[in-house]
Design a binder for this molecule. Structure first.
Ligand code: NDP
Length: 326
C-alpha cells in the first residue's frame, strides 16, 4: 500500500460526544478489533479498514490483550499499522485495551489480580509499540479478587503514566457501583453488551452511569451482524458464522430473529437508513451512551456504519413501532 496521508477533511462531518463528565470526546462510532484483525486474517484488509476508519473521523480504536486469533495478534496488527501509517497521528487517536479474560497459562494469566492486570498492560504496550494507552479496562469483574485490588491496579496504571483513563467492562449494576467507589481515578467509561437484541443495560445500568457521570460504550451493537442484512438470504460463506463460529453460531440465525430483522429493516428504510445504521442510532439516543464499538470485515461495512450518526433522532411513533417488533 502507498504512503498514508490522512484525509484532511476527516473531522468535518463527525460530531464527537463527551464521555460522561470527563473532558474526553469520542466519535459516535468507534472501531473494535475483536474479529478480523488477528494474525490469521489478511493484514492488508485490516490495514485498509484502520486507514479508512481514521479518514472517516473514527478516532477511537478498541482492543484487548486476547483479541486475535491467536490471542495478542490483534494488538500486533494494530502496532504494525501504527508504525506504517498512523504513528504521525498518535495524538489524534484514543487507543483502548483490556485485561480480564484468559491470556497466558497459570494463576496469573486471567481475571482481576493486580499481578495479572499490570503485567498484561506491559505486554499490550509492547505488542502495540506504544508508551501508553488512552484507556485501560478491567475486562470483566473477578469474583475471586477484592474489587479494591482490581481498581487499585487500574489506578496504578494511570499513576505510572501507562494509561490516561480507566474503564470497566461487563460489570453489572452493583459491581459498577462498587468499582466507581473503589477507584481513586474517575471511572471514564463502562463497556457493555448492548443492542436491540440485548437490552440488559436498560435495567438500571444506564441510569447509574448517567447519575455517576460515566460514559457508556456499547459493544456488538449489531448483535455481531444479526442486526444487518447479512443473513437475510441465508448464511454467506464469508460471514462471521461461517468464518469463525465461536461466538455467533448458525443456530443464532433463526426465523424469529430474521422476521424481526426484516420488520426493523422496513422502519430503517423509511428513515433513509440501513438497519445497521438505525440499530446504532437507536443506542446513541440514550443519554448515557457516548459511543458504539462496531466490528467490520470489509471497508464498505465500516463506511456504511459510520454514517449512522447522520440521523440520530427518532419520532415517538418510530420508537413505539420498534418496541412492538422487539
Ligand atoms: P458488531 O455487532 O458491530 O458486529 C460486527 C460484525 O457484523 C462484522 O464483523 C460483520 O460481520 C457484520 N457487519 C458489520 N457491519 C455490517 C453491515 N453494515 N452490513 C452487514 N454486516 C455487517 O460488533 P462486534 O461483535 O464485532 O463487536 C465490536 C467490538 O466490540 C469488538 O471488536 C470489541 O472491540 C468490542 N467487544 C467487547 C467485548 C467486551 O467484553 N468488552 C465483547 C465483544 C466485543 P461479518 O464478518 O459477517 O461480515
Amino acid at each position: 500500500m502507498s504512503q498514508y496521508i490522512a484525509d484532511p477533511k476527516r473531522y468535518e462531518s463527525v460530531r464527537y460526544r463527551r464521555c460522561g463528565r470527563s473532558g474526553l470526546r469520542l466519535p459516535p462510532v468507534s472501531l473494535g478489533l475483536w474479529h478480523n484483525f488477528g494474525g490469521v486474517h489478511s493484514f492488508e484488509n485490516s490495514r485498509a479498514m484502520l486507514r479508512r476508519a481514521f479518514d472517516l473521523g473514527v478516532t477511537h480504536i478498541d482492543l484487548a490483550n486476547n483479541y486475535g486469533p491467536p490471542a495478542g495478534s490483534a494488538e500486533e496488527t494494530f502496532g504494525r499499522v501504527l508504525k506504517l501509517d498512523l504513528a504521525p497521528y498518535r495524538d489524534e487517536l484514543i487507543i483502548s485495551t483490556k485485561a480480564g479474560y484468559d491470556m497466558w497459562p497459570g494463576p496469573y494469566g486471567e481475571w482481576g489480580s493486580r499481578k495479572y492486570l499490570l503485567a498484561s498492560l506491559d505486554q499490550s504496550l509492547k505488542r502495540m509499540g506504544l508508551e501508553y494507552v488512552d484507556i485501560f479496562y478491567s475486562h470483566r469483574p473477578d469474583p475471586g479478587t477484592p474489587i479494591e485490588e482490581t481498581m487499585s491496579a487500574l489506578d496504578s496504571a494511570v499513576r505510572s503514566g501507562k494509561a490516561l483513563y480507566v474503564g470497566i467492562s461487563n460489570y453489572n449494576v452493583d459491581q459498577t457501583r462498587a468499582a466507581i467507589e473503589a477507584l481513586d481515578a474517575p471511572c471514564l467509561i463502562h463497556q457493555m453488551r448492548y443492542s436491540m437484541f440485548k437490552r440488559e443495560p436498560e435495567e438500571g445500568l444506564l441510569q447509574l452511569l448517567e447519575d455517576a457521570g460515566v460514559g457508556g460504550i456499547a459493544f456488538s451493537p449489531l448483535a455481531q451482524g444479526l442486526l444487518t442484512d447479512r443473513y437475510l438470504a441465508g448464511i454467506p460463506a464469508d460471514s462471521r458464522v461461517m468464518t469463525d463460529g465461536r461466538f455467533l453460531k448458525a443456530g443464532d440465525v433463526d426465523e424469529g430473529r430474521l422476521a424481526k430483522v426484516r420488520a426493523l429493516g422496513q422502519i430503517a428504510a423509511a428513515r433513509g437508513q440501513t438497519l445497521a445504521q438505525m440499530a446504532i442510532a437507536w443506542l446513541l439516543r440514550q443519554p448515557a451512551m457516548t459511543s458504539t464499538i462496531i466490528g467490520a470485515s470489509k471497508v464498505e461495512q465500516l463506511e456504511q456504519n459510520v454514517t449512522a450518526a447522520a440521523n440520530l433522532s427518532f419520532a415517538p411513533e418510530e420508537l413505539a413501532r420498534i418496541e412492538e417488533i422487539l
